[in-house]
Design a protein around this ligand. Structure first.
Ligand SMILES: Nc1ncnc2c1ncn2[C@@H]1O[C@H](COP(=O)(O)OP(=O)(O)OP(=O)(O)O)[C@@H](O)[C@H]1O
Length: 335
């Protein structure tokens, strides 16, 4: 297999993409670069509208960038899209299976679309149904399956032609926690057992933390941080303090709390979002009395205080300058 650099399965260099024109133009990607090592789960993490799907659509040859270059499995996605396409599997946010066909029929049809003989397509369908634990339901209509099983079927359909790189766009959106955990285990196995390179987009911080060996955080069309989840969290020294404010505390009390805690020596990055105040401190235990005294002086009574090692939430806040949940509610960057 051709490679751009030894051990690199995906390389994006300076990708740019703007939708629309004039006043309504939206810059979805603004010079995005990253490299994905072969055989790992790589996370593209960002809030709604950050540009994740746009990046994946370009890398999987479904859309063209306005600027920049990208290679997947060693093939340039613009100059050699047909060969790039054969090397990749793409599982979109939207279901791809036919609900009126059985799981097996869906997989066989997918195999035929990819040019497998009828016999090979049947054999591959059998393999994948077993692999994903879908054997028992194989001959029932896919439309009647549970959400978790349907998602697994979508992933299996993306693997029918044995791609080397698999793109999963928001694979667990809409799944309940149990189905999500089931799919996480499958995604883990794809890289660990099958040596597949998986590029996963998600707006769940926890999902990226749990699955990705490496990740980039994308915000408003730019990469704001890159590394392994551990590395990124370790770069933030100290602890994260979370103060839950009483439900009745209105904007004024929240503002006072934010101001008071921000003035405590050693406290940084104070945000208040949805009744929760977050801050970073050098040493949580040492800073706690000062934080409590400041809240008391401001007339704010917290309902709970927790201290924890930094999370990807804190990483995002540090690099994007706003809380992830806040960013997830807003969308789009007008040019
Ligand atoms: N076809 C399109 N036409 C116009 N604007 C678009 C189009 N596709 C995406 N956008 C805009 O480009 C920006 C990036 O969208 P994109 O779907 O890539 O983000 P995302 O990070 O995948 O978000 P989500 O998690 O909501 O899918 C958003 O502001 C979106 O509204």
């Amino acid at each position: 297999m051709p490679t751009t650099r030894s051990g690199t399965a995906i390389e994006a260099v300076n990708l740019g993409k703007t939708y629309g024109r004039g006043e309504k133009a939206v810059r979805a990607l603004n010079g995005v670069s990253f490299a994905v090592p072969t055989g790992v789960v790589f996370g593209l993490l960002g809030p709604n509208g950050a540009g994740k799907s746009t990046a994946v659509r370009i890398l999987s040859t479904l859309s063209k960038p306005d600027s920049g270059t990208a290679t997947v499995a060693g093939f340039d996605v613009r100059r050699d899209p047909a060969r790039a396409r054969r090397a990749i599997g793409y599982v979109s946010q939207k279901p791809a299976f036919d609900p009126m066909a059985t799981g097996r029929e869906n997989l066989v049809l997918s195999g035929r679309v990819y040019g497998l003989s009828r016999r090979d397509a049947r054999e591959r369908a059998r393999e994948l149904l077993t692999r994903f634990g879908l054997g028992d339901a194989a001959d029932r209509l896919a439309g009647k399956w549970s959400g978790g099983m349907q998602r697994k079927l979508d992933v299996a359909m993306g693997l029918v032609h044995r791609p080397r790189v698999l793109f999963l766009d928001e694979p667990t959106t809409g799944l309940d926690p149990e189905a999500r955990a089931g799919l996480w285990a499958e995604i883990d196995r794809l890289a660990a057992d099958d040596g597949l390179t998986v590029l996963l987009t998600t707006h769940y911080l926890e999902e990226a933390d749990r699955l990705a060996a490496r990740l980039v955080i994308v915000d408003a069309g730019r990469v704001v941080a890159e590394g392994s989840p551990e590395q990124l969290k370790n770069e933030l020294h100290g602890d994260s303090v979370q103060v839950e404010l009483a439900a009745g505390d209105a904007g004024d009390a929240r503002h006072r709390a934010r101001h008071a805690v921000g003035a405590v020596p050693g406290v940084a990055d104070v945000t208040v979002d949805g009744g929760v105040l977050r801050a970073r401190v050098g040493n949580g235990a040492a800073a706690l009395p000062g934080v409590l005294a400041a809240l008391d002086a401001a007339g704010v009574v917290p309902t709970a205080i927790t201290m924890a090692r930094p999370s990807l939430d804190d990483v995002y806040l540090r690099h994007a300058g706003r809380a992830f949940r806040e960013a997830d509610r807003t969308e789009g960057v007008l040019v």
